[in-house]
Design a protein around this ligand. Structure first.
Ligand SMILES: [Zn+2]
Length: 337
């Protein structure tokens, strides 16, 4: 545990399995009306570690005769590495769970959660999946994710959140006003938490110090993501970003500029590949292969997400067009000179 700003503590949860279960940051905003931001994993071990770290902060505060009461927990978005611990943390610490309407809908039940990850028509289309294949894949995904999330992440669902808030609102934490605003793109229900006086933003998964935020179907959108990053770029007085993974970002302006230019370069890269194949067209699969020629099958599954979404965006912007045959989709540039 580390005090990353006076009164704000970062508790790191250990990750395992590399990118599949990454180390996760949980923040405690300590004071008389404190809050926990993000719930991390819900395994017994993860929550035990969190609680023991919180107890340390508490005894530190009490030694200094300072108030320490945590009243609630909120989450940045409903990906399993962020919400799984909610139920167990509530039970152990006796605090309230505050969720936005959108997040509450997603993690209400196992069924609603699985539904939020069903493949969408665009994804099926890109893979030339037929309707029956789609049903089978969604079914298999459900069984797989149920076992995986339950065992490895300790997921539990929240049918009865204590408070439901709007995703565009203000909340009081330790007597100070913090702004909550929607920042979709990486996840449809993603929110950010900002205090203008301090210039501190809790960015969740949207802005990470060294890693590129994962984007992929069905719930992500490159366009929405860029829009959210630009909203953050325009926040007055932004000085420090506290992210859900990795260390604090002390040069937010530079990091944001880097992220935006990275996305622009990626868009250009896809457009160039399509342009270079303007004679015969190129399939989504071959676009992915030419960007990641050496990746393993598994890594390709993770990496292909942003490419599919970028194709979707380029089609919507009418910068590329498609030609469909029974067996494949080919993309062509709309401007060929
Ligand atoms: Zn996430």
């Amino acid at each position: 545990m580390k005090e990353v700003y006076p009164g704000i503590f970062l508790i790191k949860e250990k990750g395992t399995l590399g990118a599949i279960k990454p180390p996760e940051n949980i923040y405690v905003l300590a004071g008389s009306d404190g809050i926990i931001y993000d719930a991390g994993y819900g395994t017994k071990r993860a929550v035990k570690h969190l609680v023991s770290e919180i107890k340390k902060i508490q005894s530190n505060y009490e030694e200094q005769n300072r108030d320490f009461t945590i009243n609630r927990i909120i989450v940045s978005h409903c990906h399993p590495d962020h919400f799984s611990g909610l139920k167990r943390i509530r039970k152990t610490l006796g605090i309230k769970i505050t969720l936005t309407k959108k997040s509450a809908e997603i993690i209400k039940t196992k069924k609603s959660f699985n539904k939020s990850f069903e493949t969408d028509a665009y994804e099926d289309y890109m893979r030339m999946r037929k309707n029956y294949a789609r049903k089978i894949i969604n079914g298999l995904k459900n069984i797989g994710s149920r076992i995986f999330y339950r065992r490895i992440f300790g997921v539990s669902y929240i049918e009865d959140p204590d408070d439901i808030i709007d995703s565009n609102t203000e909340i009081s934490i330790n007597g100070e006003i913090w702004k909550i605003f929607p920042s979709p793109g990486h996840a449809i229900d993603h929110i950010s938490l900002y205090n203008e006086d301090k210039g501190i933003l809790f960015s969740g998964d949207n802005i990470l110090r060294t890693i590129t935020t994962w984007l992929g179907p069905p719930n992500c959108s490159v366009e929405e993501y860029i829009k959210s990053i630009k909203t953050i770029q325009n926040l007055p007085n932004l000085k420090l970003i506290l992210a859900a993974h990795g260390s604090p970002i002390e040069n937010p302006k530079d990091r944001i500029a880097e992220i935006l230019s990275h996305r622009k370069e990626r868009e250009k890269q896809v457009l160039n590949i399509i342009y270079n194949n303007r004679e015969n067209g190129i399939s989504p699969k071959n676009i992915i292969k030419s960007i990641y020629p050496n990746n393993s099958r598994f890594l390709l599954q993770v990496a292909r997400g942003w490419i599919v979404l970028t194709l979707k965006m380029l089609e919507e912007k009418k910068l590329i067009k498609r030609q469909e045959t029974k067996k494949c989709i080919l993309f062509f540039p709309t401007v060929t000179s």
